[in-house]
Design a protein around this ligand. Sequence first.
Ligand code: SF4
Length: 228
Amino acid sequence: MAAGSLPAPSARQWFRRRLLAWYRANGRDLPWRRTDDPYHILVSEIMLQQTQVDRVLPKYHEWLRKYPSLEALAAADEGDVSQTWRPLGYNIRPRRLQSIARESVVRYGGALPSDQETLLSFKGIGAYTAGAIRSFAFGQRAAILDTNVARVLYRLFVGRGDAKSHAMKKHLWTVSEVLVPHKHVFDFNQALMDFGATVCAARQPKCDACPMTRRCKSFTRMKAARTP
Ligand code: SF4
């Protein structure tokens, strides 16, 4: 089955408004939401890959105290960098982070580039992280799609078909792209992630408290599944 059609312009607008209103009332206050420093955003995004927010928070502060800039991280001792990362796990990440810092210093004057192609050329930066850096640090109208966001968009705008297929993933990227507003990109993408983490969660989504039920393509199915 084809992955599906894109939400109509009126549905996009409706979703943006509802999501932003929900976020303003319920969004979590996280330190990387109070900055648009590209390096700080990069550190938070790499730390948040595969790791829960609660575990990232203390390490994020420690890391930035120790390595306050791309230059400082580039110049740091590799063993020290690996040690500082512990116990976050997936230990390839600090090495990649340092290699991004070194490349940024050598090739880009100590600044993180802002364009998609160059960001994707760094090892450790995939399409999701590039979108996150572009939208959070540079205010660009860039889409994101990680597991959380894919689940939200699938449930809301698709509702059937193989959620894990390559074609679906491609479709969901396009859905995410057409949904990103021209204004408030930072808040919109943060809201998408928060909504997936706290309302439209993988297990036991809070459909009864969800502001999207009216247009959600999975609401009826979710409700039926919960009815004894
Ligand atoms: Fe997710 Fe349920 Fe809300 Fe649909 S109604 S978006 S499945 S929480």
